[in-house]
Design a protein around this ligand. Structure first.
Ligand SMILES: Nc1ncnc2c1ncn2[C@@H]1O[C@H](COP(=O)(O)OP(=O)(O)O)[C@@H](O)[C@H]1O
Ligand SMILES: [Mg+2]
Length: 248
């Protein structure tokens, strides 16, 4: 087993509310790990601390053996930690394929302005096209993201994250707001990523889809890890059912 990322005893409080109160878990290379838990459990907060968008009050984040706790998000992206936001926010003045190219270009050049300058290059366009094909958006390449329905905009967000060449992809509720058919399509798509060298850390509220596709679960409740393990075992536990559904 190779440890791709390790989260060690993270604490963070917002105005006296402990959103993380000693969160620890590991992410193994090649797995599909889902973090679940009730609203307000601290899932987004934990993910943002792994991505480097939020700095913990205490505790450490490791990428492999390397302590990245003090690195900002863009430096972690360079070490293979890619992420999407819970709220999708493409650049509406660019086409769908240009949005993927800008993400890749920004990653490669370290500058959004240089990324804009190289967006017409054939090689960059080819790679972006391949990513869109893989994500099922090739037919929408020349459309504005504004013209895409939410399900496709969410796929564009995943395409932009894949353009960063992540080793670990952090996804915050990619199924939220989707119809059940779209959610199943998206979950199936994410399921293919570990087979292609992208380990997945998924925060998701759609329990049905999570149980169908995840290899392993971490259950958060009130800023703490309540349980972790394979889905069938974890979901048998009374404390998990109580926390997650309010009923045993
Ligand atoms: N920036 C913030 N300022 C104040 N409180 C926050 C902030 N971010 C999160 N919280 C609080 O921290 C707790 C965990 O939030 P969050 O991580 O968003 O939970 P989840 O994603 O599991 O629904 C909640 O009580 C939330 O209100
Ligand atoms: Mg959240």
């Amino acid at each position: 087993m190779t440890v791709l990322a390790r989260i060690d005893d993270l604490h963070i409080s917002f105005g006296g509310v402990a959103a993380a109160n000693g969160v620890s878990f590991i992410v193994e290379q090649g797995e599909f790990l889902a973090v679940i838990g009730p609203n307000g459990a601290g899932k987004t907060t934990a993910l943002r601390m792994v991505a480097g968008i939020l700095r913990p009050d205490s505790g450490r984040v490791f990428r492999g053996d390397r302590d990245v706790t003090s690195l900002p998000a863009h430096a972690r992206v360079r070490l293979g930690l890619g992420f999407t936001h819970q709220i999708v926010r493409p650049f509406y003045s660019f086409t769908t394929i240009e949005n993927v190219m800008l993400a890749a270009g920004h990653h490669q050049t370290g500058s959004p302005w240089r990324a804009i300058a190289i967006r017409s290059r054939a090689a960059a366009r080819k790679r972006a096209h391949e990513i869109l094909e893989r994500i099922g958006l090739a037919a929408e390449s020349e459309k504005s993201p504004r013209a895409l329905p939410l399900g496709q905009r969410k796929r564009l967000e995943v395409a932009r994250a894949i353009a960063l060449d992540p080793k670990l992809l952090l996804l915050d509720e990619p199924l939220a707001g989707l119809s059940s058919a779209e959610a199943a399509t998206m979950a199936d798509l994410i399921r293919t990523l570990p087979g292609e060298g992208i380990t997945v850390l998924l925060v998701e509220h759609n329990l049905g889809e999570v149980l169908r596709v995840a290899d392993r679960l971490v259950v958060l409740d009130a800023g703490k890890v309540l349980a972790e393990g394979v889905p069938a075992e974890v979901m048998k536990r009374d404390d998990v059912r109580q926390a997650y559904t309010g009923v045993v």
